[in-house]
Design a protein around this ligand. Structure first.
Ligand code: AGP
Length: 610
């Protein structure tokens, strides 16, 4: 949940660390810090607040050194204080540590270290690592001291470690928290994600659990925890650094919403061949297996869970396979019944969400085949899945997921076509219609974005409301949940999503003249007329109706106060279009309220702690 970056170079590294942290801030922004070594002296600057706020006080760029670490924190152990901000140090202030994760046995280690005479100044779990290394350092090489410490700590960690007495070496280690090594020219890097170092290198080594990296400016060596050197693949990343910049947009969230036509086009690219869906070699699941499966279980959290619910609808409706969608955090602690004819799918933007990772590991114990739908190449979840379908949204920096969600829906739709074809649940004409439908989506998304002015108007009228309801049915019920989640997370306004027909079983009591009610009501043959009835019920009670409707709809504008139109498409695809106005509405409301939607309070982009 925190971000870490480290550089060992032959020139000053402060700007590289600073820019790295600016890109990592989505992972944590309650405090920030950096450490450097120069002339055998360890210098640390840190403080409470976002990067720019702390920078104003301590001027990070003034610091000099050719080796350094940076950290942005999302607190787990210990409050948001100056002392709890990273980097942390040992008693002699010769070792500096940054950490992302949770050390589960830290209390026990702390008691042991205090008995040995170590003095602690913070309430964090991280500080024990610095003292534990110090404890093991006497007469040992730094690599051995780190290794001995790692063998004693339990929990999740991505670590960066500097030693004032060894100013040319940066040590890193990983267990269940993401960490990559970047190979540069006369400099090497560590970071929590690729985009934060992409402007310096696109040559990346993904560290695995229980691996340690020893970096000098000219070398990057990877070892297991017994000190055996490992040979690792160096991947060349195709994203460019520009993709991780705001490119003139006020916020990443807005940029990423506007990128959706491109993101969906990229996600489809090369995967629609005549009347077939084709995935790349990482897909890894055979046709015979896909024909044989009897059930699909989808594991995910948050927005990805909403994508899963939409996927459930598509899979059952079109490929006729029973599907269940589970909160990953719940699944892992109950004894689910899985057999070998079940396919388990993990949906995750980051591929690093701790609950999803743990749930997938739990599922694998049953010997089931697993598939991940993921946006980040080489991330932890992709490495433990039997197959992967990548969404090609490009780096998603805004904490609120937008383009990752719609590309997840696109992949679920493609996967549904593949299964429907293999299992003969749709005829050739229906498959052709589905393929035609998705081909049009990038252009249609562009026309949804053109409605932005109308959406901004709604935001200007209602940004000061305290509550709101989002109602939808069928494939658009998960979109109601997603719209409500988007509003909550970036604007801090209470919002609930419900199946529209459930409203009369309780939430209708909340409706009055102060309550905006967003209906997701594209035209369909199943529930449209029923939703019109629900709109009437809200209108009769004075609720403020904002409706998402299909172009050409004459009924809804007569009843709703505001109607945002989306183009006509297949019912299952309407969810990809209907969510976009809700993303924009949440964005504009947050912006009107003066909140930074890229860094909502209390949230972090990838939740790598349970
Ligand atoms: C989305 O806006 C949220 N920030 C959050 O719910 C997110 O979708 C969830 O944490 C899962 O993340 P993942 O897709 O990276 O696994």
């Amino acid at each position: 949940m925190c971000g870490i970056v480290g550089v060992v170079s032959d020139n000053n590294v402060s700007e590289k660390l600073f820019n790295g942290l600016a890109n990592l801030e989505y992972r944590g922004y309650d405090s920030v810090g950096m450490s450097f070594i120069k002339n055998g002296r360890l210098t640390i600057r840190k403080g409470v607040g976002k990067l720019q706020e702390v920078h104003k006080k301590v001027d990070f760029l003034k610091l000099k050194g050719s080796i350094g670490l940076g950290h942005c924190r999302w607190s787990t152990h210990g409050g948001v204080t100056q002392n709890n901000a990273h980097p942390h140090v040992d008693c002699k202030k010769r070792i500096s540590v940054v950490h992302n994760g949770i050390i589960e046995n830290y209390s026990e280690l702390k008691r042991f270290l205090i008995k040995k005479g170590h003095k602690f100044y913070s309430q964090t779990d991280t500080e024990v690592i610095a003292h534990l290394i110090e404890e093991n350092l006497e007469g040992s090489k730094i690599e051995d001291a780190v290794r001995s410490a790692l063998k004693k700590i339990e929990g999740s960690y991505a670590l960066g470690i500097l030693f004032a007495d060894n100013p040319g070496k940066l040590i890193a280690a990983r267990n269940e928290s993401p960490l990559v090594v970047g190979i540069g020219n006369n400099e090497n890097f560590i970071a929590s994600d690729v985009p934060s170092i992409l402007r310096h290198t696109n040559k990346i080594i993904y560290l695995e659990d229980m691996e340690m990296a020893v970096l000098t400016k000219n070398e990057a060596k990877i070892f297991d925890f017994d000190g055996k050197e490992k040979s690792k693949q160096v991947d060349t990343i195709k994203w460019n650094a520009e993709a991780a910049q705001k490119s003139g947009f006020k916020h990443f969230m807005l940029k990423e919403i506007y990128e959706q036509p491109r993101a969906i086009a990229d996600t489809l690219n090369g995967r629609l061949e005549n009347n077939h869906v084709v995935f790349e070699k990482e897909f890894g699941l055979s046709n015979s297996f896909l024909k044989s499966i009897k059930r699909i279980v989808i594991l995910a959290c948050g927005t990805s869970w909403h994508a899963g619910l939409t996927g459930e609808f598509m899979l059952e409706e079109l490929a006729k396979i029973p599907a269940d969608v589970e909160y990953a955090s719940e699944f892992r602690y109950r004894h689910a019944l899985l057999d070998k004819q079940t396919l388990v799918i993990a949906i995750t933007q980051s591929g690093e969400t701790a609950d999803t990772l743990a749930a997938l590991k739990e599922a694998k114990k049953y010997g089931v085949k697993t598939l991940s739908i993921c946006n980040v190449m080489g991330s932890s979840i992709t490495r433990i899945s039997d197959g992967v379908i990548y969404t090609r949204a490009g780096p998603e920096i805004g904490v609120a997921s937008t383009k990752a969600f719609t590309t997840q829906l696109a992949v679920l739709y493609l996967f549904t076509i593949l299964l429907a074809k293999l299992r003969d649940t749709l005829n050739e004409m229906q498959i052709r219609d589905m393929m035609e439908g998705i081909r049009k989506i990038p252009l249609q998304l562009q026309s949804v974005l053109d409605e932005d002015k109308e959406i901004l108007k709604c935001a200007e009228l209602y940004y000061n409301k305290q509550n709101s309801l989002y109602l939808g049915r069928g494939v658009n019920f998960p979109i109601a949940l997603e719209g409500a989640l988007k509003l909550k997370e970036v604007s801090y306004i209470h919002a609930e999503g419900y199946p529209a027909a459930e409203m009369k079983h309780g939430p209708i009591a909340l409706i009055d003249r102060q309550m905006p009610v967003v209906f997701i009501a594209p035209h369909d043959f199943y529930t449209y007329k029923k939703v019109l009835g629900n709109i009437e019920e809200v209108k009769a009670r004075g609720g403020i109706i904002i409706a998402i409707a299909t172009e050409g709809d004459k009924e809804i504008p007569k009843k709703a106060k505001h109607t945002i139109f989306i183009p006509k498409t297949l019912y299952t695809l309407s969810s990809i279009l209907s969510v976009v106005p809700l993303q924009l509405l949440a964005y504009h409301i947050a912006d009107k309220l003066g909140h930074n939607p890229d860094l909502p309070k209390n949230l972090a982009k990838s939740v790598t702690v349970e």
